[in-house]
Design a protein around this ligand. Sequence first.
Ligand code: PRP
Ligand code: MN
Ligand code: MG
Length: 179
Amino acid sequence: MQEDILKVLFTEEDIQVLVRKLAKQVERDYKGRNPLMICILKGAVVFMTDFVRNIDDYVEMDFMDVSSYYGGTKSTGEVRIIKDVDTSVRDRDVILVEDIIDTGITLKSLMELFSHRGAKSVKVCSLFNKPSGRQEFVTADYVGATVPDEFIVGYGLDYDGRYRNLPYIGVLKPEVYAK
Ligand code: PRP
Ligand code: MN
Ligand code: MG
């Protein structure tokens, strides 16, 4: 896989620094509140497992899989639920855990969904933010790092389902997705 990578943006060590920073912020802000961490599959799964292990307090975990509708050139802003959470979010402090926010379409509809379901609060923790891609006005409450407008893979992020298992974040060689 290494030969498909143009350059490394974040090493394993760089990522762990970001993950620990986010975990300590959340640990401090949510002390004693037993937040419900909802991992947005599949990209956020690698981050989620490192993230929760850096929080020294009670938390719960659940998982959700969604897919965006991109109708024509204009997005409908709707997402289809592939797998829903099992836990009731009513009166819970929910933290949506994402690997990256790009257009913001996924997050916007999830924020609305969980508010509608009666969550006490809904906040977003995303390892990466790509502001250059934004179509919906959404911001994460906790962000690890801002990334440039490049095709990045690894640590959960995929191209066509591959590269999620790379332990670092790399920029994919353009010839790989031009194939
Ligand atoms: C990616 C990423 C985020 C979402 C961000 O997921 O993991 O969930 O896109 O993009 P957006 O801000 O434009 O909505 P993807 O839909 O590729 O599914 P995956 O996590 O299973 O790879
Ligand atoms: Mn995703
Ligand atoms: Mg993807």
